[in-house]
Each structure stands twice: as structure tokens, then as C-alpha cells.
Design a protein around this ligand. Structure first.
Ligand SMILES: Nc1nc2c(ncn2[C@@H]2O[C@H](COP(=O)(O)OP(=O)(O)OP(=O)(O)O)[C@@H](O)[C@H]2O)c(=O)[nH]1
Ligand SMILES: [Mg+2]
Length: 465
């Protein structure tokens, strides 16, 4: 594939591949030159219909889409660049929440994660001092800029739960906070002006699991089950410096088995066919570390070889936060910021928020006539119509058969009746003839015997005259 440069020289072939496009300084339409590759004459596909719905359906039908190679530069390969420019101008925002039992290092990790103290100066503590217990839900935003790309990062720190004798409902404020953010977004969406909606929805929840080495606690299971339909859950093993490598591996398996057993949905990075091998390998590598074994530290310590690193010092050495051999902190940060941020946002918007929104609207009595928005599959529709038509034909055939049979039966009975009548008449006439014959015979005998016929006749008639 030849890449376009300055949009001036003619280009041999160009395919709409997902590889990053070359930037063109000229107008993307300068070199427009449609043509068929490999000498094949392109078959023009025109989708026209008086019914716009049918036209849209036909247009989206893959059979109507012709794959063509272009012999010239059209410019749509530049679309990702347009998107890039627009996104950089708009900036990005990302909201992450940390949830977990008390004292697991949530606040510490928040600071470690973004390599900056997100807390306002008045709350900033000297590095040697530990952070204080979080007592209320705190939302801290920071505008971070890297290579000209702006990111508004909001971290929502929650008070740890599990401190009380009765921990029922201790997660309630967290769930409420997440729902309130959805509600605020829904309200904003329903306003007349939707131009400047601020997305404060939680895009990811980093869920801290105590490094017990055993299994998930019932309280953790309960909280995760409350959250998994509303947020992207990313489980992490807190303070993993307290476990050995073998313990971490076994604990990870245990946690994943528990999560599967309790049917908790945790965030799983999607796999795209078009991703290049390197991206797929990187994503697989990151996802294979779930639940991430993390270590948080805000202070720098000196290693044995004299380097200054973020980490925690132990009598036997230093655990480095940013060393992938020591913990999964780097992988967690990569996933949140570098590789899956857009996925997390998209999943939040397209599934989690969408479900919440439709449930909420349904509960408010807003209804939708499903038949109006029902997707109609033309093949199924055609099949339905065909079977309806067949049933109609069958019914008509049955009716005709019945009418025919009825008429035949009527005709048969009529014929039978007239046949009987004929027989009767025949019998009668025969009897009459027989009678006449016998009378004639009698007359004949009388005449032969010389007896008068009249007399006999008179006598026979019993006449009283
Ligand atoms: N060993 C170890 N200790 C840690 C780690 N992260 C934090 N700590 C320590 O754990 C203690 C609690 O840390 P926080 O960050 O306040 O914990 P939290 O989860 O925010 O606690 P709450 O706000 O009470 O829920 C502090 O003394 C931290 O120094 C870690 O990765 N390993
Ligand atoms: Mg805290």
C-alpha cells in the first residue's frame, strides 16, 4: 500500500485498512479517482426504494456492499486524524472510584496511581505521614496534560466499609453515589440544551480485596454484587507486598474462581479482530494480571543500588511500586489510562448506564411500543408472510372441497330419489299391463267359448241398476 503524501502524486492502490493513515496536507478530495482494481469492472449498486426504512435496511445489508480498492486518494483514511484533532481540542475526562474495606490503602493508591497528589494543598500531608482515614465520599479532580492531550481526571475516594459490627448496608452510600451520578446524567440528557453535558458517571471502580490469601469475604461478594450491574469492576489485591509471589498466584486463582462462582461480572477488555498482534498481546498480558496485585506508596525510598524510587522499605529490601517484577501497579495504570480508558467509558455509556436508564424510565411509567422499534428481519418477515399466504390457500381449498362434497351428496340423493320413483312407476305400469293382459285373456276365452262379454262385464261390475 502506498501512503498518501501531500495529496499531489497519484497513488497506485489504497485500501481502507485500519492501519494509521498518513497525514495529507492537501485537500483530501484533490486526487479523487475512482476505479476498479484488478481490471474488474465495478458493478454499481444502487439502493433505491420509495420506502426509506427498506432502503436503509438494504443499504446495511452486507450483500449490497461492494468491497473495492481505490486507485486514487479519496481522503477518508484521514478520518481518524479528524477525530484525533477534535478529541484533543475537547479533551478527555475519566472518573474512577476506589472501593474497599477500611484501611486497605485506597487513598494511598489514588495518589500513587496518578503520580500526583490529587488532594488540595491544605489536605496534603508530609510524605512521612500516613493519610487519614477517609470518612466521606470525596471527589477530587485534576487536569492532567501530556503531550498536548488534556485529561480531566476525577477520583472518587470512598470511606472503607467493614468497620462496624453490623456491616449491612455499609455500601449503601457508595451505590447511592453511583446512582446519583447516573440520575444527574439522565436529567442533563432530558434538558432542552444538551450541548454541554458533563459526564460525571463513574467509569471504573477499583475494588480493593484484603490480602488474606484465602477467599473472597462474604461482605466483598455482597458489595461486588451490588456494584457489578452499575459499574465496571476492576478487582485488585491490596497491599500485595504482604504476600509472597506464590501466595499471590494462588490467591488470584481463588479470587477469580469465587468471582465466577458468585456470577460477578468484572470488566473484561474486549478483543477486536482488527487489532494488530502487538496490541492483542499487550491487552492479553494486561488482562492476565487481573486481579492486579498492587502496592501503594507515596514516598520515595532509596534502593540498595542507590536509586530513588517510589516504594516501601522493608528490612529485607525495597518493594518498588513502578517495577513490574514487584507488583501489578504499572499494569493497572496502563489498563486504566493507556489501553482501556475508552473501553471503560464506552461500556459505561452503552451498557451499564443504558440498562439503568431504561429500568428507571420503565419504573417511571415511560413505555415504548416495542413493535414500532422492533428490528424487522426481511427474511423472517418474508417467511412469515409466505406461511400466512399458504395457510390462507389451504383454508380456501378446504372450503371448496367441502362445498363440492356437499353438492355431490345432494345430486346423489336426488338421483337416488328419481331412480326409486322410476322403479315405482315401472312396477306400477308393469302391474297395470299384467292386469290388462289377464283381462284380455279372459275376454278371449269368453269369446272363444261363445259367452257374451257384456254380461260378464256387468256381473263383474256389481252394478245396482
Ligand atoms: N504494606 C502496605 N501498606 C499500605 C499500602 N498502601 C497503603 N498502606 C498503608 O495502609 C494504611 C491505610 O492507607 P489508606 O490509604 O489510608 O487506606 P484507605 O483504604 O484509604 O483507608 P480508609 O480511608 O480508612 O478506608 C496506611 O498506613 C498506608 O500507609 C500498601 O500497598 N502496602
Ligand atoms: Mg481512604
Amino acid at each position: 500500500m502506498t501512503t498518501a503524501s501531500n495529496g499531489a502524486s497519484p497513488i497506485d492502490t489504497m485500501s481502507a485498512s485500519p492501519s494509521p493513515p498518513a497525514v495529507s496536507n492537501g485537500s483530501p478530495y484533490d486526487e479523487t479517482n475512482y476505479g476498479a482494481a484488478n481490471g474488474e469492472a465495478p458493478v454499481p449498486q444502487t439502493v433505491s426504494s420509495s420506502n426509506p426504512k427498506a432502503a436503509a435496511q438494504a443499504a446495511s445489508d452486507m450483500r449490497n456492499i461492494v468491497r473495492r480498492k481505490l486507485t486514487g486518494y479519496v481522503g477518508f483514511a484521514n478520518l481518524p486524524n479528524q477525530w484525533h484533532r477534535k478529541s484533543v481540542r475537547k479533551g478527555f475526562n475519566f472518573n474512577v472510584m476506589v472501593v474497599g474495606e477500611s484501611g486497605l490503602g485506597k487513598s494511598t493508591l489514588v495518589n500513587t496511581l496518578f503520580n500526583t497528589s490529587l488532594y488540595p494543598p491544605k489536605e496534603r500531608k508530609p510524605p512521612s505521614l500516613d493519610l487519614q482515614k477517609t470518612v466521606s465520599i470525596q471527589s477530587i479532580s485534576a487536569d492532567i496534560e501530556e503531550n498536548g492531550v488534556r485529561l480531566r481526571l476525577t477520583v472518587v475516594d470512598t470511606p472503607g466499609f467493614g468497620d462496624f459490627i453490623n456491616n449491612d448496608e455499609s455500601w449503601d452510600p457508595i451505590v447511592k453515589n453511583i446512582e446519583q451520578r447516573f440520575d444527574a446524567y439522565l436529567d442533563a440528557e432530558n434538558k432542552v440544551n444538551r450541548m454541554n453535558i458533563v459526564d460525571n458517571r463513574i467509569h471504573a471502580v477499583v475494588f480493593f480485596i484484603q490480602p488474606t490469601g484465602h477467599s473472597l469475604k462474604p461482605l466483598d461478594v455482597e458489595v461486588m454484587r451490588k456494584l457489578h450491574t452499575k459499574v465496571n469492576l476492576i478487582p485488585v489485591i491490596a497491599k500485595s507486598d504482604t504476600l509472597t509471589d506464590e501466595e499471590i498466584t494462588a490467591f488470584k486463582h481463588r479470587i477469580l474462581a469465587d468471582i465466577a462462582h458468585h456470577q460477578i461480572q468484572i470488566f473484561e477488555g474486549p478483543r477486536y479482530e482488527l487489532d494488530d498482534d502487538e496490541t492483542i498481546a499487550e491487552n492479553n498480558e494486561i488482562m492476565s494480571k487481573v486481579p492486579f496485585a498492587v502496592v501503594g506508596a507515596n514516598s520515595e525510598v532509596a534502593t540498595a543500588d542507590g536509586r530513588k524510587v517510589r516504594g516501601r522499605r522493608y528490612p529485607w529490601g525495597v518493594i518498588e511500586v513502578d517495577n513490574e517484577e514487584h507488583c501489578d501497579f504499572v499494569k493497572l495504570r496502563q489498563m486504566l489510562i493507556r489501553t482501556h480508558m475508552e473501553e471503560l467509558k464506552e461500556n459505561t455509556n452503552n451498557f451499564l448506564y443504558e440498562n439503568y436508564r431504561s429500568d428507571k424510565l420503565a419504573a417511571m411509567g415511560v413505555q415504548q411500543d416495542s413493535s414500532v422499534f422492533k428490528e424487522v428481519n426481511p427474511a423472517v418477515k418474508q417467511e412469515e408472510e409466505r406461511s400466512l399466504h399458504e395457510a390462507k390457500l389451504q383454508k380456501m381449498e378446504m372450503e371448496m372441497k367441502m362445498v363440492f362434497q356437499q353438492k355431490v351428496a345432494e345430486k346423489e340423493s336426488k338421483l337416488r330419489q328419481s331412480e326409486e320413483e322410476l322403479y315405482a312407476r315401472h312396477r306400477e305400469m308393469k302391474e297395470q299391463l299384467d292386469r290388462q293382459r289377464s283381462e284380455l285373456e279372459e275376454k278371449k276365452t269368453r269369446i272363444e267359448q261363445g259367452r257374451p262379454v257384456e254380461k260378464e262385464t256387468k256381473r263383474k261390475g256389481f252394478s245396482l241398476r
